[in-house]
Design a protein around this ligand. Structure first.
Ligand code: UDP
Ligand code: MG
Length: 327
């Protein structure tokens, strides 16, 4: 079964045509599918449209948020609700073309776990396309997950992926990266992209700044998420050692200058004092933040698994039934 998850924020005009297109594809290919619309606190008639669709077709379900929680939250709610073995996400604004669904499924059949769309020919204004190019290049370089279009709304996943990847904030852009970090295989296909017909884009230039900060987070999570002290502590030790070394040298210099016949030096005239003290403090800070990070991980979530299992030879044997009526 295929679950189609669609986040919706003020897209009233697009929903019915989108549903029609999905139905066309499903009918032509005879897919067993469900469609889940998540209304992310729309102020327009989106929810009425979704209710109408759900009432007319049992394959359609709707979820309405109390307010706008963001696309990642909407996708998260959809993933939690989806029952299919495969889950495909689609933007609600008709920019993603449902006729590409069969190609996504074809790619999944080759055995990959995540297929991401690539809007090679994009129909968006240049001030969105250009920063997006730079962003994609940066993400690919820093994370090693080489996709041309990390932010594409059209992606397909095996359901296991969501049992391990947490979506929060605006992390929806990084699901392939987070999945790849746990050993899932990602692939990319070029998709048809269409201009927005109705409504407005929900994202502006601030997306860039947020995207960059999220990239730092993801880099840290995938690199040192389980051992923050290795990162912070290395920097901290380095700063600490340089600072302590600087102060030691200065102290030695001062002591030597006090020997008879030497010109006494005045340490308040030496900028190196301030640099050394600052480095010493910074080093101490970084080391203690690293310790806090480690404590947090040690006692945080007992459910969290620091590994990801691909297969087993056979399921673990069930517990033997407890003996009854023990004397
Ligand atoms: N969206 C959402 N919540 C938000 C912002 C956007 O669910 O807070 C949905 C929106 O309805 C659309 C998709 O996310 O289905 C992508 O948004 P948009 O088309 O505005 O992004 P763009 O294509 O301009 O990058
Ligand atoms: Mg769009």
């Amino acid at each position: 079964m295929l679950s189609i998850v669609i986040p919706v924020y003020n897209e009233e005009e697009s929903l019915e045509p989108l549903y029609q297109e999905i139905c066309e594809v499903a009918a032509a290919k005879q897919y067993d599918l469900e469609v889940i619309f998540i209304d992310d606190g729309s102020q327009d008639a989106s929810w009425e449209r979704i209710r109408g669709l759900a009432a007319a077709d049992r394959r359609v379900r709707g979820i309405r948020f109390r307010r706008n929680f963001g696309k990642a939250a909407a996708l998260g709610a959809g993933f939690a609700d989806a029952r299919g073995e495969l889950v495909l996400t689609l933007d609600a604004d008709l920019q993603d073309d449902p006729h590409e669904i069969p190609r996504f499924l074809g790619m999944m059949e080759t055995g990959v776990d995540v297929v991401s769309g690539w809007k090679k020919v994009r129909h968006d204004p240049w001030h969105k396309v250009l920063p997006s190019r730079v962003f994609n290049a940066m993400v690919s370089r820093l994370t090693g997950v080489r996709l041309h279009d990390h932010n594409c709304g059209m992606k397909c996943y095996r359901r296991e992926v969501f049992e391990e990847v947490q979506l929060y904030g605006e992390m929806h852009r990084f699901v392939p990266v987070l999945a790849a970090a746990r050993g899932y295989r990602c692939a990319e296909i070029v998709v048809n992209h269409r201009p927005r017909k109705f409504g407005r884009s929900k994202y502006g230039l601030t997306r860039l700044v947020k995207g960059f900060l999220d990239l730092l987070t993801v880099k840290f999570l995938t690199g040192f998420g389980q051992r923050p002290q290795h990162f912070l502590g290395t920097l901290g030790l380095l700063a600490f050692v340089i600072g302590a070394g600087g102060l030691t040298l200065l102290a030695a210099e001062w002591a030597i200058s006090r020997l008879p016949g030497m010109e006494p030096i005045h340490l308040q005239m030496r900028p190196a004092v301030i640099y050394s003290v600052a480095l010493l403090l910074l080093g101490g800070q970084l080391l203690s933040i690293g310790i806090l990070g480690e404590l947090f991980i040690a006692y945080h979530d007992p459910q969290f698994r620091a590994y990801s299992i691909a297969e087993r030879t056979r399921p673990r044997a069930a517990e033997p039934p407890a003996a009854k009526n023990n004397p």
